[in-house]
Design a protein around this ligand. Structure first.
Ligand SMILES: Nc1nc2c(c(=O)[nH]1)N[C@H]1C(S)=C(S)[C@@H](COP(=O)(O)OP(=O)(O)OC[C@H]3O[C@@H](n4cnc5c(N)ncnc54)[C@H](O)[C@@H]3O)O[C@H]1N2
Ligand code: MOO
Length: 390
């Protein structure tokens, strides 16, 4: 058995970074920027008013000063003239501050009578002019790689970037295996259950930037598994679920080997998730996950998400960990790295009592995986432990 870190290193060696494609800006959220993008203009492109009021010369502003209103500057319709001594231009938020003016007096600080304004006594001291390029300059760079959030999309729009270079979403084919499985909504026979982790993994992968496809459930026989692998052949990553252990009906590895799997490892010293395997098959990377629902979802967090990040060009690193003090004592860990379903409290963390790898209710209630190194000794409440937030 290899360690989790060794398995991750093997997995990173199996995958390549997805190509670049260009998407319209309104499709760019959640995608990973593949190349640096450069602003095509200054923002604001002119000195702009931050308030509704009057644009004047700053050195003329004092209580009681009067100005003659000579024109108007609105957003989208600036004032073409120059603001001279004793003159004011009516101005609105976002409008260009006209030549000659360098301060905006908010309208609350003025009294207007016809074409004349008088400044009040208690003047707001702020200038209310946003300098040209105060947000960004033409040539400012948004650096790749970067997962684009809504804020980034807004910034790119302001930079006049209509089309964005992003990484292609890696296609992940998910193959649930087992004679006992039916799809949600179907009527199971007496000995059957509903396929669950394939749906959980699709949700996990899609949210992280993959295009995950649920293939038809493969049955526990070689022809059915062959068919599933054939259907999956154009995927970047093929993920099988179940059939990975040592039982008579665990046929994923034999079927994959028959179809040319070049296996790089089998079995990882972790709990849950021990019977994990991976390798190249045709043009795809294959990762075989154990079938127990919690095992496969934990392997999704520990392996699939980091592998997907690598494919998206976001670098090769393990699932990010945080630290917290234990809320309760915990006993000695065994020889495998243990990912315990755990609950976060206000300042601490505690594992659930029930850790069987079939318990989806416990996983759904958990908000963290408490990570225990192999052979970690007993730990007391208050000691710091690692966890992966869920
Ligand atoms: N003699 C041994 N038996 C087992 C070992 C071992 O080392 N020696 N390892 C155990 C561990 S650890 C795990 S994990 C499981 C993994 O087994 P498989 O990957 O072969 O998974 P299956 O046997 O196909 O299924 C296990 C369990 O999960 C259910 N399952 C499978 N797929 C799904 C799905 N898509 N949705 C919902 N549930 C699913 C399946 O019905 C089984 O209950 O092996 C142990 N045994
Ligand atoms: O992966 Mo097995 O579930 O270690 O429980």
């Amino acid at each position: 058995m290899i360690t989790v870190d060794e398995a991750l290193a093997e997995l990173f060696a199996l995958v390549t970074v997805a190509e670049t494609e260009t998407v319209p800006l309104d499709r760019a959220a959640g995608r990973v920027l593949a190349a640096d993008v450069t602003a095509l203009r200054d923002q604001p492109p002119f000195p702009a008013s931050a308030m509704d009021g009057y644009a004047v010369k700053a050195d003329e502003v004092r209580p009681g000063a009067t100005f003659r209103v000579v024109g108007e500057s609105a957003a989208g319709h600036g004032y073409d003239g120059n603001v001279g001594a004793g003159e004011a231009v009516r101005i609105f938020t976002g409008a260009p501050v006209p030549e000659g003016a360098d301060r905006v007096v908010i309208q609350e600080d003025t009294a207007r009578d016809g074409d004349t304004i008088v400044l009040q006594d208690d003047l707001d001291p702020q200038v209310y002019v946003r300098p040209a390029g105060g947000d960004f300059r033409a040539g400012s760079v948004v650096q790749a790689p970067r997962r684009l959030g809504p804020q980034d999309v807004a910034l790119l729009a302001a930079m006049n970037i209509a089309d964005v270079p992003v990484r292609r979403r890696p296609v992940v084919a998910l193959i649930a295996t087992g004679d006992e499985l039916v799809m949600p909504g179907e009527t199971p026979s007496r000995d059957q259950i509903i396929a669950s982790n394939s749906f959980g993994l699709k949700a996990m992968l899609d949210a992280a930037g993959a295009e995950a496809r649920l293939l038809p459930i493969a049955r526990d026989n070689l022809p059915s598994l062959r068919t599933a692998f054939t259907l999956a052949a154009d995927a970047d990553l093929i993920v099988t679920i179940g059939g990975a252990s040592v039982g008579d009906h665990d046929l994923v590895a034999p079927a994959a080997e028959e179809m040319g799997l070049d296996r790089s490892f089998y079995k990882v010293a972790m709990r849950p998730g021990k019977p994990l395997m991976a390798g190249h098959m045709g043009g795809s990377t294959l990762i075989g996950l154990p079938g127990n629902p919690v095992s496969s979802m934990v392997c999704g967090q520990v392996f699939l998400l980091p592998v997907l990040r690598a494919m998206l060009g976001l670098g090769t690193g393990p699932a990010p960990r945080l630290q917290r003090p234990l809320d309760a004592d915990i006993g000695q860990n065994g020889p495998r790295e243990h990912y315990m379903r755990a609950k976060l409290s206000a300042g601490g963390i505690a594992p659930y009592d029930r850790q069987d790898s079939s318990l989806l209710t416990v996983l759904a209630a958990a908000d963290a995986l408490l990570v225990r190194p192999p052979h970690d000794g007993p730990r007391r409440a208050g000691e710091m432990v690692d966890y992966i937030p869920l």
